[in-house]
Design a protein around this ligand. Structure first.
Ligand SMILES: [Ca+2]
Length: 310
């Protein structure tokens, strides 16, 4: 009996190191993912409610890894993006261990419901997952909430000091694919942050706002008073739009507009006609419709014609 116990103890002493080494080896295999069940990762791109992420890709070629996501702004307000302001955090994707990479989201102004695209280019190539490998990463998009400036809805300027910066973080899980050339031209958004210029069809200027004015804003019914009736036409970038066609009109016949009623805006976005008072006093509702091939906008304003005798 004593002999048996002794041999058992000897056995343990002799082989305990081997057992420990074996356990460590098996643990290491699990840790490295050599054995064990495959992780049930599903392709997904999820941001907190508001920012859609309807399409996404992780791609590689010989020189870079590229991550592209795009979706629609469902935040309920207009937002703005800056170049190189967004962040991608991932482990062993490009660099060794956990790394952060900078990316650019576009356009610089994304109206509610409009499309946005973010691109991250990773040029570190020390850890490059194989084609088909599922990778997960955290994306933190920095944006301006345009409407934190109470004046934004009037000015359309999302770059004032009052506009506050925000971030939104989402998670992307997708498999590595071979790089295919893609561009954002033709996606319907003018991706200025990604290099699209006015020459790109997405960026073709269109009439966004029209301001109609009359100077002076009232006339006397003396059959000779006149007013300069003019329109300022602005494109989607709040820049004066030349070459737009503006047709001026007035309700009733107490004001006569000098023909032709249709004028073309000059390079600054300005077009005008002259309105002549007759001998009848009253209030005239002026209108102008300005447009180009893409879009037309109508504006109105009142002009009063006063009785000479007051
Ligand atoms: Ca575009």
């Amino acid at each position: 009996m004593r002999l048996k116990a002794q041999s058992a103890t000897e056995f343990l002493l002799t082989y305990s190191w081997a057992i420990i080494i074996m356990l460590v080896f098996v643990a290491a295999l699990y840790y490295l993912g050599v054995v064990g069940v495959a992780q049930p990762l599903q392709r997904s791109c999820t941001f907190p409610a508001g920012l859609g992420c309807s399409s996404f890709k992780l791609m590689k070629n010989a020189t870079a890894i590229t991550v592209v996501i795009s979706g629609n702004n469902g935040l309920g307000y207009d937002i703005g993006f800056d170049s190189n302001a967004s962040n991608l955090a991932a482990e062993n994707l490009g660099g060794i261990g956990m790394q952060n990479y900078t990316g650019t989201c576009s356009p610089s102004l994304v109206r509610g419901g409009d499309k946005y695209t973010c691109i991250f280019n990773i040029s570190e190539m020390e850890r490059v997952p194989a084609i088909g490998a599922m990778e997960s990463m955290d994306l933190t998009l920095a944006y301006r909430n345009c409407e934190t400036d109470p004046g934004y809805l009037v000015s359309g300027n999302c770059r004032t000091a009052l506009v506050q910066n925000r971030t939104i973080t989402g998670r992307l899980v997708t498999q590595m694919e071979q790089y295919v050339y893609f561009n954002t031209s033709g996606n319907g958004a003018c991706d200025d942050n990604l290099g699209e210029t006015a020459a790109d069809p997405d960026c073709a200027p269109y009439v966004e706002t029209v301001a109609l004015n009359a100077d002076p804003s009232f006339l006397y019914a003396n059959a000779s008073n006149s007013s300069n009736i003019y329109a300022w036409v602005y494109d989607q970038n709040a820049t004066g739009l030349g070459g737009a066609s503006c047709t001026f009109g007035a309700n009733g016949s107490i004001l006569t507009i000098s023909p032709p009623a249709t004028r073309t805006t000059n390079a600054s976005g300005y077009a005008n006609v002259t309105g002549f008072a007759g001998t009848t006093p009253g209030t005239v509702l002026l209108n102008v419709t300005c447009g180009n091939a893409t879009k037309s906008v109508t504006a109105w304003r009142y002009l009063r014609i006063l009785n000479l005798t007051g």
